[in-house]
Ligand binder design. Structure first.
Ligand SMILES: Cc1cc2nc3c(=O)[nH]c(=O)nc-3n(C[C@H](O)[C@H](O)[C@H](O)COP(=O)(O)OP(=O)(O)OC[C@H]3O[C@@H](n4cnc5c(N)ncnc54)[C@H](O)[C@@H]3O)c2cc1C
Length: 410
């Protein structure tokens, strides 16, 4: 394919943008994908990367339709069937077991580098997507029937619909002039790969501590990828500790779980924030993934929300195309905006409430009553799990078993 007018131009080939490019190109749309940096090839001989994601079953189904899940599944990943949540005070943890909810697995821990590389391979080969890389968005000229995207290389591409998948500091959102609520948690997520005395048996474990949650996510070789949320000053202090002192602190924080820390690899820390855009679509342009919303990582939902955005948008555009409509019309954009904004705001505020519940004094009646209700109520746990698994009642059809072919025949 080689033209400069496309059905869609997607800015950003992170996990979310590349997933959308694959879904839409495989559904017959002409797609251009613009990316600033080509991802590094994934090599399973390298050690496990510091950035991993808990991929929900719903996202795995979407990635299967994007033709990327097979490669992910054949490489380094670790499914988990149990989620164990502790509050650091009560002795009995809150358990979520996949079979109790009629699920085969609750999710799969996958390195971001593997996901991104698998998607990049799909969109970069096969000739279905025109990839502009390395290149960057310079500006967008908005028009009534199409938009013109000017790239820093001097190239210009026109499209019926422009998609901003360019991450939290989105240039597309800026070009649209969309306002965003930005709440900094004044916390950082410290990540590292850790070996404990006993191998991780395939459990996503999380303990809520006074500074924030500490998660151990299982890896294929029995190690765990940790995300340790801490107030920024504490995270900076932990980053500066030598290995022995750091391991001692981690031991204290994770006492009783898989024995002592045996080793810990390099550490990195990321500032945490919640960002909610006041609208996700305008002027023949939509936002997906972190460009539209950023949520606290305590339930590992950020990229899962992004995959659901990509699936929802693909479904809507396929429907419109089948009916002979305009994929960039205001009506189509409003439908996407309403649906995805309500879903991600519900998730963002849910994470916010959970974080607030666990940040209040451990002995406070509000916290104890809140936790007791969650522990006893199967309905609440079921609802929580369905949402976390990406298969709740408002999930896109591609997340719950429909194929692109099903959608195109509808
Ligand atoms: C500590 C931590 C742990 C996390 N754990 C999880 C988890 O377990 N599960 C989960 O679901 N989420 C998790 N998240 C969130 C998740 O990492 C993000 O939601 C996800 O990476 C967002 O992907 P994206 O494709 O939307 O954006 P990005 O990954 O930011 O990709 C944007 C892409 O756009 C490109 N780009 C940017 N600007 C331009 C431009 N002007 N022109 C061209 N290209 C451009 C960039 O190069 C990049 O490739 C976590 C986040 C943190 C901080």
């Amino acid at each position: 394919m080689n033209n400069s007018h496309y059905d869609l131009v997607i800015i950003g080939a992170g996990m979310v943008g590349a997933c959308l490019a694959s879904l839409l190109s495989r559904s017959g749309f002409s797609v251009a994908l613009v990316e600033a940096r080509e991802p590094r090839p994934f090599d399973s001989k390298d050690d496990v990367g510091l950035r991993v994601s808990a991929i929900s079953p719903g996202s795995a189904a979407i990635l299967e339709q994007a033709a990327a899940w097979k490669a992910v599944n054949a490489s380094r990943n670790r499914p988990y069937r149990r989620m164990q949540v502790e509050d650091g005070v009560e002795s009995d943890p809150l358990l979520f077991d996949a079979p109790a909810f009629n699920m085969e697995r609750l999710g799969t821990i996958v390195e971001n580098a593997l996901l991104q590389w698998s998607l990049w391979q799909v969109v970069g080969s096969g000739g279905l997507v025109d990839v502009y890389c390395p290149d960057q968005l310079d500006r967008i000229e908005f028009g009534d029937n199409s938009n013109h995207v000017y790239l820093q290389s001097g190239k210009v591409v026109a499209a019926t619909l422009v998609v901003g998948a360019d991450g939290a500091v989105s240039g597309v959102r800026k070009a649209l002039g969309i306002r965003q609520d930005h709440f900094s948690y004044n916390q950082q997520g410290l990540v590292a790969v850790v070996r404990k005395q006993k191998p991780n048996p395939g459990v996503a474990w999380q303990r809520f501590l006074s500074g924030g949650p500490l998660a151990f996510l299982p890896l294929e070789d029995g190690r765990s990828s940790i995300v340790w949320t801490q107030p920024s000053d504490q995270a900076e202090r932990l980053m500066k500790l030598d290995a022995e002192a750091f391991n001692e602190e981690l031991d204290r924080a994770s006492e009783g779980w898989l024995g002592q820390v045996e080793s810990c690899g390099p550490r990195a820390a990321f500032p945490l924030s919640m960002r909610l855009s006041e609208c996700y679509a305008s002027k023949r342009t939509v936002l997906i993934g972190d460009a539209a919303h950023v949520v606290h990582p305590l339930a590992g939902q950020g990229v899962n929300l992004g995959f659901a955005d990509a699936a929802a948008l693909a479904e809507s555009l396929i429907r419109v195309r089948l009916a002979g409509g305009d994929i960039g019309s205001a009506k189509v954009l409003q439908g996407y905006d309403r649906y995805r904004r309500s879903e991600s705001e519900a998730m963002a505020f849910g994470m916010h409430a959970l974080r607030s519940l666990f940040s209040i004094d451990a002995l406070s009646p509000a916290r104890r009553i809140g936790l007791a209700v969650v522990k006893r109520s199967w309905t609440i746990r079921d609802l929580f799990l369905q949402r976390a698994a990406g298969v709740g009642k408002n999930a896109p059809r591609l997340a719950t078993g429909a194929s692109l072919r099903d959608l195109m025949q509808a």
